[in-house]
Design a protein around this ligand. Structure first.
Ligand code: A2H
Length: 255
């Protein structure tokens, strides 16, 4: 954790098809025809082209919060409270929780991930290391550039049966988003291999990989995809963020 406030980009991943257990949990509580969004918080908006799934903590309890008649967000209670003081809900300081749903019940839900190359949508999948006390408790997965995400999707695909998921949900194509001189087109897979990271439990090596990927990506990275292809990551980052906000697909969230 740094000292100052963390400036996240919150992203709106619209539900296209609920997993049966989650559908049962919200039934009669969210009006038919309203849109429900999983809302991950990210520090790397420029990588959103590479989203392949979205993580929830299987044991975390999430709230479904009403934003407007037509829009509902799935986030932790803690995040909703913060959002209520940041002008994200209509009434300052007031949250309106209409339902609760356990992370594990959401697994398999199909969502639309803004900017992602996977236009048919991506799946909600479990990640044991999601912290309920950080961000929104929802983490979008970009395995090309996040060592944590790469280690987790690799593990999920390997043990699909154990996790109760379809293997193919964890195996959407990993495309190159950023090129760096030291780590090539896919920094996270490169670093996981180099540091011999075999699972999400290799926390010490993952810390190092994260640090290396972040620095190299930010200071040396060149965008390899999207509207700002060919530009430095440093320059593209605020532009992608602004584009998401302007298009109504994201908003500023801080804590
Ligand atoms: B980042 P910081 Cl490509 N629990 O987004 C665990 N991790 C969480 C979280 C939670 N509750 N909330 C957010 N995060 C992740 C993209 C990304 C991220 C890339 C590379 C690195 C990276 C795609 N996942 O983060 O402790 C989110 O993952 C490296 C740290 O507040 C978010 O940005 O600094 C980042 O951690 C926020 O971590």
């Amino acid at each position: 954790e740094g000292v100052g406030p963390q400036e996240y980009t919150a992203l709106k991943l619209k539900v296209k098809e609920w997993a049966p257990e989650a559908a049962a949990a919200i039934k009669g509580k969210v009006p038919e025809g309203a849109d429900v969004f999983f809302v991950p918080a990210t520090l790397r908006p420029e990588t959103m082209y590479g989203q392949t799934c979205c993580f929830v903590g299987p044991k975390i309890n999430y709230g479904v919060f009403k934003v407007t008649e037509k829009e509902y967000f799935v986030v932790t209670d803690r995040a909703a409270r913060n959002m209520a003081y940041q002008g994200i809900f209509p009434e300052n300081g007031v949250v309106n929780k209409v339902a609760e749903v356990l992370g594990s019940a959401c697994v398999g839900t199909l969502v639309n991930a803004p900017l992602s190359v996977h236009k048919d949508g991506v799946r909600i999948l479990p990640m044991e290391t999601v912290l309920p006390t950080k961000g929104t408790g929802v983490v979008t997965s970009v395995p090309s550039d996040s060592p944590d995400d790469f280690a987790t999707v690799t593990d999920l695909a390997k043990k699909a049966e154990y996790y109760g998921i379809k293997k193919e949900w964890a195996e959407l194509e990993i495309v190159s988003v950023i090129t760096t001189p030291s780590y090539g087109d896919l920094a996270a897979p490169f670093l996981c291999k180099k540091l011999k990271i075999a699972s999400p439990k290799d926390t010490k090596q993952l810390e190092e990989a994260k640090e290396l990927a972040y620095k190299e990506g930010f200071y040396q990275g060149i965008m390899n995809i999207g509207e700002f292809k060919g530009q430095k990551v440093e320059d593209a980052k605020p532009k992608v963020r602004q584009q998401l906000i302007t298009d109504g697909e994201g908003f500023a969230y801080s804590e």
